[in-house]
Design a protein around this ligand. Structure first.
Ligand code: G
Ligand code: G
Ligand code: NA
Ligand code: MN
Length: 253
């Protein structure tokens, strides 16, 4: 219960911040985007992993405030990088299922884009398959977001229960191959088959596919060989602060 109170005060206390993880084009090494990942540094608890506080934020309803704060920070950061001469093509931000239950998600997103000045097309929202399959009006919410002009990615793809027929109806642009399939991609025949199947599915449905959790050159080479030219993972960079990102990726030509 105490951690709940601490979490509720975390934003005003300045304990919440964002890290950004690069998304890279495998063959060129070019930066194609970043994913914003929320962090909570509490004086007593230390660095609390999102896997621990996101579920808590969802259960307590704090997620709607937290989610909006994350989106504002990340969109504003995109504009700041740009002002510093560093154009990050795309920003990916995670949405939780509870944010969909709030109803006016599209209005919130449109408002934040307007305030920050970030073009809608440069924002991509990530939702998991379970959000899509378990949210009553998911199709409506997602169509509303599409009308705002933002992109949509399905996160952790392959771990949930997406109906492929449903996938075809949704205005989704990107599938993110879950990192559990990437880990043993060149040694486990099942993982290899699943990853290749997702890449093929993306091709057939005209969706872009990005692999998560790429940690080695071998994994990247495997993906490229099988037609997936986008990756995110420790091989390229761990999630890092906005300043670190600018320093490492901002002055390359
Ligand atoms: O680095 P990593 O530990 O950041 O992330 C762990 C989990 O937390 C991932 O499943 C990720 O999608 C989730 N997560 C990270 N940032 C956010 C966020 O801003 N909002 C939501 N809803 N989930 C997030
Ligand atoms: O669930 P989601 O995909 O949004 O979560 C991203 C999570 O994956 C974050 O916790 C991030 O720190 C983590 N992550 C990113 N790259 C790698 C990687 O190469 N290996 C591992 N094990 N985790 C990663
Ligand atoms: Na994500
Ligand atoms: Mn993921």
């Amino acid at each position: 219960l105490r951690i709940e109170t601490m979490l509720r005060r975390s934003i005003e206390k300045g304990e919440i911040f964002l890290h950004y993880q690069p998304q890279v084009e495998i063959d060129s090494g070019r930066l194609i985007g970043v994913e914003a990942l929320v962090r909570w540094q509490n004086p007593e608890l230390g660095l609390v992993p999102p896997a621990r506080f996101i579920p808590l934020a969802e259960d307590t309803g704090f997620i709607s405030q937290l989610g909006e704060w994350v989106l504002e920070q990340a969109c504003t950061q995109m504009v700041r990088w740009q002002e510093a001469g560093f154009v990050v093509p795309k920003l990916a931000v995670n949405l939780s299922v509870r944010q969909f239950e709030r109803g006016s998600i599209a209005a919130m997103v449109a408002g934040v884009l307007h305030e920050s000045g970030l073009e809608p097309a440069r924002l991509q929202l990530e939702v998991t398959e379970s959000v899509i399959m378990n949210t009553g009006d998911a199709l409506q919410f997602i169509n509303d977001l599409h009308e705002v002009g933002v992109g949509l990615a399905i996160d952790d793809f392959g771990t949930g229960y997406s109906s492929l027929a449903y996938l075809k109806q949704l205005p989704v642009q990107t599938l993110k191959i879950d990192r559990s399939f990437i880990k043993d991609i060149s040694t486990d025949a099942n993982d290899e088959a699943i990853a290749v199947a997702i890449i093929q599915l993306g091709k057939s449905l005209n969706l872009s596919v990005i692999a998560e959790g790429v940690e080695t050159a071998e994994q990247a080479a495997f993906l490229l060989r099988h037609g997936c030219n986008r990756a995110q993972g420790y091989y390229y960079s761990k999630p890092a602060s906005a300043q670190e990102l600018l320093a490492r990726w901002g002055r390359r030509d």
